[in-house]
Design a protein around this ligand. Structure first.
Ligand code: GRF
Length: 192
């Protein structure tokens, strides 16, 4: 299963995927390319360190979302992906993009969806007085963070938590959740 990862920032989930791959834990999945919408994304360095080909399609270079998405599709497709993995990719994708990768596009979101779609998930969970937060891997559809859920992981919220401490706990859980879902997809253990 050829995987292209799309990133915008830190790439710590990407690092987790690379670590699982390096330890032969990623099933039949192989990360064949990492593409960013920002040339300065530290995640590109993560990919470079693992000798994974990288590319950048900068959204600033395009007049609108549609033109950007079509350039992105063109670059992604040179790598012939079976699965496109959003790993901290912070652009909203057009319906055309989502339709092009229908059934081949997944995302990880830092909340227990359907709760807290969009941004500031941890702040909202803390403000609501929730006892649990978590992360969700889901299929991507044209509606933001609303595609079918593949798998979720819960973490407790502690009384003394701040956004930062909760973010760290959720990220830590993401580093097992995302690779395990990709492994299981590659082994046919999850139905597409
Ligand atoms: C994570 O919180 C993930 O849930 C969200 O974006 C963040 C990515 O972080 N989609 P990183 O770039 O993997 O460090």
């Amino acid at each position: 299963m050829r995987i292209v990862c799309l990133i915008s920032g830190g790439g710590t989930n990407l690092q987790a995927l690379i670590d699982w791959q390096a330890n032969d834990l990623l099933g039949d999945a192989k990360i064949v390319a990492v593409i960013s919408n920002a040339a300065a994304a530290p995640g590109l360095g993560v990919a470079n360190n693992a000798a994974i080909p990288t590319g950048t399609v900068s959204h600033d270079d395009f007049p609108n979302r549609s033109a950007f998405d079509h350039a992105l599709i063109k670059l992604i497709n040179t790598h012939e992906p079976d699965l496109v993995v959003l790993a901290g990719f912070m652009r909203i994708l057009t319906g055309d993009f989502v339709a092009h990768y229908d059934g081949r596009l997944i995302n990880i979101h830092p909340s227990l969806l359907p709760k807290y779609k969009g941004l500031n998930t941890h702040r909202r969970a803390l403000e609501a007085g929730d006892n649990y937060a978590g992360a969700t891997v889901h299929w991507v559809t044209s509606e933001l963070d609303a595609g079918d859920i593949i798998r979720q992981v819960e973490v407790p919220i502690m009384r003394e938590d701040t956004e930062e401490t909760l973010n760290a706990r959720v990220l830590d859980a993401e580093y097992t959740l995302y690779p395990s879902v990709i492994r299981d997809l590659s082994l046919g253990l999850i139905k597409c």
